[in-house]
Design a protein around this ligand. Structure first.
Ligand code: ZN
Length: 743
């Protein structure tokens, strides 16, 4: 149990917080790999368009290099990612157990493509994937494989001759570095991209994992991560995260050690801390290749916002697949519909992604994706300067909380009375995902430009530029984070919070009261109803918060209710009508027609403003799409902001908006997400929408030289009104950009 060499007091280890603190003390806080170049200086700033050719073992000899070179040229592609090694080597490797593709023969597919691309002036990332290994490697290095709780090697789920690797031992810290070094020193690559770089074995019970985790934490490797409140689960999460930081540092050092201008970059980063990530990685290529029919139409825009939030103003690229990779069945050799593909690409572009197309298998069967990609890329290339952003102009940000996502587990839903079985959608799940999705949808539908703000970056440097921070049931917040939010409000910022925001600490431990109770103007009364049916809000309008439903005496409440005690007398524009029977029809009435229980707290605090809803407004909106809830979310953000948004849009349909600054221009983006199934279905057809009127606030001290519509390809009709620029957009097909050149 004790491990003297770690210097950790065992008594601390039996408490989760102590174990975690011990773990944090164990590993060196990733000192920056190589010196990161100054903003705008490294080569990663150059490529605006990427293509990834993902090879299969039988591609050598079968694929058509001319097809690819032609595509790269026509699309003005400036960066490529080519399959190099890991599971299979596509070059004549000398590293033991690094199996060459059996179809490679004496050829060098990776080397040939790399040289051809470099000749065209294209930057090259070599792709590696360490998640699987072969039987000969297992025999020689039984310590490399991932093992189940029974100690047996984990077989690859789909390739019967392969095994899954353990990401915490020799594969990561000994074998892969040799491959990275070989690739970087043999070929003129600009960097290495890690696919499934953290493996995909789930919990591993190999000797390395068991002994190292025990030494670090005192615990056995947990059998399940289902209960995030278990001390061993918290410790395990911290331990594997520390392994990832160590891996990023090592792999970065290996690549940079060969070539100081090259770097390693991972395709995913999960809950890793953005501040620490930025110390070892220079650019991200975010790997969310497509959406399934249950994902909202704005998914790629959200991925771009997440990447931007992680990397701040550094380059972010978004990977999209032309194949049907996002269904659970992965029909890799079939391609997505043009409408779906175009919309997905453009929603990413609008939110700051540089596009990165990925094609599984270099041999191409179905080429219907080609014109869609060519059209998007040539248009992007033509207007490239309008996509070289120097900043985002949104004044609203949604706080993104990985600790809430990991450690907040709301109590089990209890059906009140004798109600039927609680539907699965209403069952508790860890995290605040549906609250986030609901508020996100509300902001998109309201055409409010917004970014994401990470809970680990709440210093004024990061959030000071925002007028409003939205907290969609951000339940798990540390004392420090709450102090930062209080400070933000005192200095003039505004927050809009819902449900159990701040009622738990960063490890998901319940607090007796909201840590933000001073801001909310109420205390927690010790009870949250998890299943409330047929409850309403009495509307006391007109009020800025009730705009849009002032003519209704009563609107829907939520389905979860936080009991609170106001700090003083409150005159709220919305009060509770408590739940009453919804069956039989003869009993659907209440004698309690009105109460003075406030259902929203609106306050001026310091120089700032606070809106708090003690119920699941955002989550309920995600589930029911109620129009009054949409109005309420929108009104709350507007009241909190106190002033107009920098970009405002009038017109029909659903458009996802963003507003960016470049050196000598600003660009206002409108992506047409109008679809008969916009919330959850695939795009089947592009339905052009319009007309729109867009009102823009312009940077101070600059005058307008020209205004163009980049999709329509025409100058825009504009006029000035009350110091803002009004722009007519007659019609949007997929993605219109209002490009305003500044003198
Ligand atoms: Zn292991």
């Amino acid at each position: 149990m004790e491990n003297e060499s770690t210097g950790i007091d065992r008594r601390l280890l039996v408490q989760s917080a102590g174990a975690v603190a011990g773990l944090l003390a164990l590993s060196p806080r990733g000192a920056a790999a190589a010196a990161t170049p100054a903003p705008g200086k490294g080569w990663e700033w150059e490529p605006m368009r990427w293509v990834q050719i993902c090879a299969t073992e039988d591609d050598p000899g079968r694929y058509d290099p001319d097809f690819w070179m032609g595509l790269l040229k026509r699309t003005s592609t400036q960066g490529v990612c080519l399959s190099a090694g890991g599971v299979t080597a596509f070059y004549p490797t000398k590293v033991p157990f690094h199996a060459r593709s059996p179809y490679l023969g004496k050829s060098d597919m990776f080397g040939d493509l790399t040289k051809a691309c470099k000749k065209m002036g294209i930057r090259v990332l070599g792709r590696v994937d360490p998640h699987a290994m072969r039987a000969d490697a297992l025999e020689a290095h039984p310590e490399w494989v991932a093992r189940g709780a029974d100690g047996a090697p984990k077989k690859h789920p789909t390739a019967p001759d392969l095994f899954l690797t353990c990401p915490n031992g020799g594969i990561t810290f000994d074998w892969m570095p040799k491959i990275l070094k070989e690739i970087a020193s043999t070929y003129p690559v600009d960097g290495i991209f890690g696919n499934r770089w953290a493996g995909s074995a789930g919990i591993c019970y190999c000797g390395v994992c068991k002994s190292e985790f025990k030494a670090a934490s005192g615990f056995d490797v947990p059998l399940s991560l289902a209960n995030p409140q278990a001390p061993e689960v918290k410790a395990y999460n911290v331990w594997v995260d520390e392994k990832r930081y160590a891996q990023l540092k090592l792999w970065g050092d290996v690549v940079t050690g060969v070539n100081p201008n090259a770097f390693f970059t991972p395709g995913t980063w999960g809950r890793l801390d953005p501040v620490r990530l930025r110390s070892t990685i220079r650019a991200v290529f975010s790997d969310r290749q497509g959406r399934n029919g249950q994902d909202p139409a704005w998914l790629n825009g959200r991925s771009a916002k997440e990447a931007y939030c992680t990397m701040q103003d550094r380059p972010v690229s978004g990977i999209f697949a032309v194949g049907e990779t996002s269904t659970p069945y992965r029909f890799e050799d079939s391609c997505q519909s043009s409408a779906e593909l175009a919309t997905y690409i453009h929603d990413g572009l609008a939110h700051g992604f540089r596009p990165w197309m990925t094609k599984f298998k270099a041999e191409v069967f179905d080429k219907r994706w080609v014109p869609v990609v060519e059209q998007a890329y040539t248009w992007h290339a033509k207007h490239e300067n309008y996509f070289r952003h120097t900043g985002n102009l949104a004044r609203v940000a949604m706080v993104q909380s990985d600790q809430t996502g990991t450690y907040y587990v709301p109590p089990a839903t209890q059906a009140a009375g004798n109600r039927e079985v609680v539907p699965e959608a209403a069952q508790p799940r860890a995290g605040n995902g549906d609250y986030v999705r609901g508020f996100y949808q509300g902001l998109v539908e309201s055409r409010i430009p917004f970014n994401l703000a990470d809970e680990r970056q709440l210093e004024p440097d990061y959030i000071g530029r925002y007028q409003v921070l939205v907290l969609p049931n951000v339940a798990a917040l540390s004392d420090k984070q709450c102090a930062q939010l209080r400070d933000y409000v005192e200095k003039g910022g505004a927050i809009v919070a819902t449900h159990e925001t701040s009622l738990y600490d960063e490890w998901g431990k319940p607090r007796a009261n909201f840590a933000l109770s001073e801001l909310f103007g109420c205390d927690y009364a010790g009870k949250t109803d998890q299943r409330v049916q047929n409850s309403y809000l009495t509307v006391h309008g007109p009020h800025p918060l009730t705009t849009g439903f002032d003519d209704a005496p009563r609107i829907m409440a939520g389905t979860k209710l936080v009991h609170v005690r106001p700090h003083g007398a409150v005159s709220a524009p919305l009060t509770l009508v408590p739940s009453y029977p919804d069956l039989p029809m003869e009993r659907v009435f209440t004698n309690v027609r009105q109460t003075d229980t406030p259902m929203v707290f609106l306050r001026n605090v310091g120089k700032g403003r606070v809106v708090y809803f003690p119920f699941d407004l955002d989550r309920c909106f995600w589930e029911t799409s109620n129009q009054d809830h949409l109005a309420l979310l929108r009104n709350a953000v507007r009241w909190a902001a106190g002033t107009d948004q920098p970009m405002m849009v009038k017109g029909p349909g659903m458009v996802d908006v963003s507003y960016w600054r470049q050196k000598d221009s600003v660009t206002a983006h409108l992506v047409n997400l109008t679809n008969p199934m916009a919330m959850k279905g695939y795009m089947r057809e592009i339905l052009p929408m319009g007309p729109y009127s867009v009102s823009l606030e312009l940077p101070a001290g600059r005058t307008v030289k020209a205004v163009r519509l980049l999709e329509a390809g025409i100058p825009a009709n504009t006029r000035n009104e009350a110091g803002r620029l009004l722009v007519d957009v007659p019609r949007i097909t997929v993605h219109e950009v209002i490009a305003v050149d500044l003198a």
